[in-house]
Write a protein that binds this ligand. Structure first.
Ligand code: XMP
Length: 512
């Protein structure tokens, strides 16, 4: 295994992800408990993360001595490089201006870390982000790559197999970074690269058992992939100590509620409470047109209903949530400054405090595509785990203006046709998210010999890697025309269809 010592970088989880991609098991330990983690894991190699701290500050974090005494290979990244130098006898100084963004390194010497990847004399793009820099190498080290702004871009002590770099190999802006990290864990550390999601599952199951003991766990199902995967995983760990609650707000897509309930009750035999709260939600939404008011009402009502159901089943000690890593990072401001609320995202935030429960969040370190892989490992149908994301407030935020049962039904029909056509065209998996929006605008049309005066529907489809930024999907020629024709012919109440070409930013993915 590999131990990743975390000094508080924003992207430490990406290092772990790259190591998992290389088929190697890793654990992240904060520097404060890294010694204990090292003793327990006996890792075959150690990676040191970056940090917002400066090694020049008093009491800035350090690598525990045991790491350098053990003789295992070590890879230092950014701050990791600087603290390595500081601790092994080199020195670090204040960079005049710092260096941020794309840079090009020249490979100056062959090095085991580059085997099969980079050669002397080549130039490669990397991503720099640092203020301080190494000013003097520790004994045994030599320079193996440089950039105009970084004379010590990569340094190596071949005998001890210590490597350190000033740039970040874990981010996508270092195109060969994933392969560089894979070279370290496999080639340098000698790990075989046969670790799989099956082992991740087993590790998490053991952790859940240990955390929960014989306590009771309750899990809110949203109909989405994340909460479903979390629930199935937890059920494998603790069986019927888990109860799932599915609050059906009536704002789901066509057939979705039935699908989730069927899957859990029939395929998995997981105890499931299905609360039909459509009337409650629609009554409360009557007359509400402001997007934030819709979101707040749905979020609050969801919590009310969930809490009442939890009481009925006799309470629980733990609340399970399908929180993913991007959810964790999004809730921490990147700049440390106050950030503006663009939309009040509705998950089941607010619940744990109100119900005084501890959280079980087994997916916290995973990214969306990894959750999908885990879902498949747990036997969830491919069509289910591959589903596009769907927002907690559901169709309510895809009906600008007032939400009524009638308008939900119209939207459901149109949305189903759009998605069916996307699936038939084999495009579903190429798109991050596709959906229809029913606009509060009516336009004039002609059908047969008659005049129509009906609603406009907007179609949206975007590609994205994490939902934070997105661009409109470019459908092939005839596709949108076919969808528009089908919708206007088959769905009463819609007589015009448009396509939304806005990217995010400046748009958001959802319309409200
Ligand atoms: P926006 O519209 O902010 O959406 O660009 C980004 C991604 O988040 C989804 N989304 C939500 N997901 N609860 C959720 O669980 C919410 O309240 C919510 N609002 C938006 C949206 O569908 C897109 O994938």
């Amino acid at each position: 295994s590999i131990l990743i010592v975390d000094f508080g970088s924003q992207v430490t989880q990406l290092i772990a992800r790259r190591v998992r991609e290389a088929g190697v098991y890793s654990e992240i330990a904060p520097f404060t408990s890294a010694q204990e983690a090292f003793e327990r894991m006996q890792p075959k190699g150690v990676i040191l993360s970056g940090s917002p701290a400066s090694v020049l500050d008093q009491d800035s974090p350090r690598v525990p001595d045991i790491v350098f005494e053990s003789g295992v290979p070590v890879l230092g990244i950014c701050y990791g490089q600087q603290t390595m130098m500081e601790q092994l006898g080199g020195s670090v100084g204040l960079g005049e201006s710092g260096e941020f963004g794309r840079a090009y390194i020249e490979i100056d010497d062959s090095c085991e870390l580059f085997d099969g990847l980079w050669r002397e004399g080549e130039t490669h793009q990397v991503w720099m982000s640092h203020g301080d820099k190494v000013t003097e190498l520790a004994r045994g080290f030599r320079v193996v790559a440089t950039s105009p702004g970084a004379p010590y871009a990569v340094i190596a002590d071949d005998d001890r197999r210590y490597y350190a770099m000033q740039f970040h190999p874990e981010v996508v802006h270092t195109p060969d970074g994933a392969r560089l990290l894979a070279n370290f864990v496999r080639h340098v550390c000698g790990l075989s690269g046969d670790w799989t999601m099956a082992e991740f599952r087993d590790t998490k199951i053991a952790e859940i058992r240990e955390q929960v003991g014989d306590g009771k766990v309750i899990c809110g199902l949203s109909g989405g992939v994340d909460s479903a995967v979390a629930a199935v995983l937890i059920h494998e760990a603790i069986g019927d100590q888990l109860t799932c609650v599915f609050v059906d707000h009536g704002l789901m897509r066509a057939g979705e509620a039935e699908q989730v309930v069927g899957l859990f009750r029939n395929s998995y035999n997981i105890p499931l409470v299905h609360v039909d709260a459509e009337t409650l939600f629609l009554n409360g939404l009557s007359g509400v047109t402001d997007p934030e008011k819709k979101r707040k009402f749905i979020g609050k009502t969801f919590i009310d209903v969930f809490e009442a159901e939890a009481k009925k089943i006799g309470g629980a000690d733990f609340l399970a949530q399908g929180t993913l890593y991007p959810d964790v990072i999004e809730s921490i401001s990147f700049t440390g400054g106050p950030s503006v609320t663009i939309k009040s995202h509705h998950n089941v935030g607010g619940l744990p405090e109100r119900m005084n429960m501890k959280l079980v969040e087994p997916l916290r370190e995973l990214f969306k595509d990894e959750v999908r892989a885990l879902g498949k490992e747990l036997g969830l149908p491919e069509a289910f785990v591959g589903r596009h994301p769907f927002p907690g407030p559901g169709l309510a935020i895809r009906i600008p203006g007032e939400v009524t049962k009638e308008r939900c039904d119209i939207l459901r029909k149109a949305d189903a046709i759009y998605l069916e056509e996307i699936r038939n065209a084999g495009l579903y998996d190429a798109i991050w998210q596709a959906f229809a929006v029913l606009l509060p605008v009516r336009t004039v049309g002609v059908m047969g010999d008659g005049r129509t005066y009906d609603s406009v529907l907007a179609l949206r489809a975007v590609t994205s890697t994490d939902g934070m930024t997105a661009v409109a999907f470019q459908f092939p020629g005839e596709f949108l025309a076919r969808v528009a024709t089908r919708i206007v012919n088959e769905v009463r109440g819609i007589n015009r269809v448009t396509y939304d070409y806005t990217s995010k930013p400046p748009g958001t993915i959802e319309w409200e």
